[in-house]
Design a protein around this ligand. Structure first.
Ligand code: NAD
Length: 281
């Protein structure tokens, strides 16, 4: 029977570490990290995420601001808002919450954020920095997964890691981070033979968005299973991408949904914002 990985507890630890560093920064340099989140329109999920980000930012002692233009904002107006934040020295992190309304080209907006302030780690420059192994803000969700692995004493070096999903914000950066940690990495997508690939995984990361796509019986006995999926079911409950009840019979460690990877994403955003502020010293 697998041990549960308590993402809530690890995320609280990460926030406490950030808070301690913020206090030191304030005392020694008079510097307070600043995070601005831009939320366009009324997407209900975005509202929940942004509230969580603001709450965490206040808890760790950042200055935090939320800008909330309505969904009529034009692309040019949003670009000039981002430009203003890029130039504001009190703002170290700029995060434009996705999704954006259809008339706005999200890639243009992401690329308009100064890479040093791109605390989501989505800017193509930062994606490139990750792929060449140079320091830069890392996408928060896979960055959080790496921390969870560390917490349970799972060193990816020499292990077979299988990542299911190849999105730019989770799957691909996840694969690159595991590769940088010397895992042998396989990335799966719709054309992959999932059952065969998953059966080889010492470390499995599921980031698909299909409830219980990964069957428990596919899991290699003793594997570490990280479920990034957050699928809202008709009864309102959240379900992961992994068949949890059966997978936990075979895995050594497994993340629950909710309470696994979810809380880590915001915690790592705090870490990225702190690092962005420190880099200005
Ligand atoms: P996405 O839709 O951008 O990407 C999904 C990926 O899964 C794609 O690369 C696609 O090729 C692959 N895929 C889809 N169906 C598949 C199938 N049947 N077989 C194999 N591969 C398949 O999604 P995303 O943004 O990467 O998010 C994935 C999941 O993670 C979602 O449930 C999302 O809600 C969740 N998520 C959670 C957090 C968090 O903080 N915990 C953060 C981001 C995303």
């Amino acid at each position: 029977m697998a041990q549960l990985i308590d993402g809530k507890a690890v995320a609280a630890r990460v926030r406490a570490e950030v808070k301690a560093e913020v206090e030191k920064l304030k005392a020694e340099h008079g510097l307070v990290p600043g995070l601005t989140v831009v939320r366009v329109g009324e997407d209900p999920a975005s509202k929940i995420y942004v509230t969580g980000k603001k709450k965490a930012a206040e808890e760790v002692g950042f200055n935090s601001w939320e800008l909330h233009p309505d969904d009529k904002i034009t692309q040019d107006e949003l670009l000039s808002l981002v430009d203003k934040l890029n130039k504001d020295p009190a703002v170290h992190g700029v995060l434009v919450q996705l999704p954006l309304p259809k008339h706005i080209d999200a890639e243009r907006i992401i690329s308009a954020v100064r890479p040093e302030k791109d605390v989501d780690g989505f800017h193509p420059m930062n994606a490139g920095m990750l792929s060449v192994g140079k320091p830069a803000p890392r996408p928060c969700t896979p960055f959080g997964v790496m921390r969870l692995l560390k917490e349970v004493g799972c060193d990816p070096s020499g292990k077979r890691a299988v990542v299911v999903g190849r999105s730019n914000i989770v799957g691909k950066p996840m694969a690159l981070m595991l590769l940088a940690a010397d895992a042998t990495v396989t990335v799966c997508h719709r054309k992959s033979n999932l059952a065969a690939e998953v059966a080889n995984a010492d470390i499995l990361v599921a980031a698909v968005g299909v409830p219980e796509l990964i069957k428990g019986e596919w899991i290699k006995p003793g594997a570490v299973v990280i479920d990034v999926g957050m699928n809202r079911m008709p009864d309102g409950k959240l379900k992961g991408d992994v068949e949890f009840e059966k997978a936990k019979e075979r895995a050594s460690f497994i993340t629950p949904v909710p309470g696994g990877v979810g809380p880590m994403t915001i915690a790592m955003l705090m870490r990225n914002t702190l690092e962005a502020a420190k880099a200005t010293l």
